[in-house]
Design a protein around this ligand. Sequence first.
Ligand code: HEM
Length: 229
Amino acid sequence: MSWLTDALKSSLGRKLVMALTGLFLVLFLVGHVLGNLLLFVDDGGQAFNEYARFMSTTPAIQVLSLLTYVSIIVHVFYSILLSRHNRQTRPVPYAVNDASANSLWPSRNMGILGTIVLIFLVIHLKSFWYEMKFGEIPMVNYDGVGEFKDLYSIVAEAFTQWWYVAIYVVAMFGLAFHLSHGFKSAFQTLGLSHKKYTPLIEAVGLWFAIIVPALFALIPLVMFIQSLA
Ligand code: HEM
């Protein structure tokens, strides 16, 4: 097994771990944003609450959840290792180095952007995930279907507060820029560079980085506006 520990200590091995966990989290985001769109079903939250119960009680989904938590922790941990390694191996800035001419802004600020997403995650998980797992969620009864934890009311209540909505919108800009570099960079690390396919991967990455965070930002914004009516 020493080859594995050696590989995980190498710079390329660490980048591979970042790429694989990052791409897994990209898949998580697709599922999460689609599930959250159920908040827009005009049925008093029934579809969303049924979905939340399905997600938290289905064994296969629980395994995926566990993989998500592990991926987040490993992705953050390896990003710290890699940036420490990069600082140590290049302690003196190049004398002639116009960083802004050599690379795009998101690629030079992945650490800051990742930190914004991480702070958002702590706030987000405390509000919903922690409440669902360990808090006291009110129950709601739907005729003929049964009793459910009313997670919908917790989410709807949270999005009546403008400052809470603002946190989501600002954080989604951070997520968008983080993804705009991370998506294509993961494919590069995996060695999937190809004259024909790389432009396609870059285009898909860019659109993904725009559409998914925009939807995540739109949900609290629309729910906030609805709460004013
Ligand atoms: C409109 C925006 C969002 C809403 C309404 C929302 C809603 C929720 C809710 C209700 C839960 C708790 C589900 C449960 O425990 O059954 C949850 C969990 C979670 N959310 Fe979000 N979310 C949003 C955006 C995001 C974003 C942008 C990220 C990541 C950057 C994220 C990451 C997570 C994670 C990692 C979990 C835990 C998942 C699990 O236990 O499997 N969420 N979210």
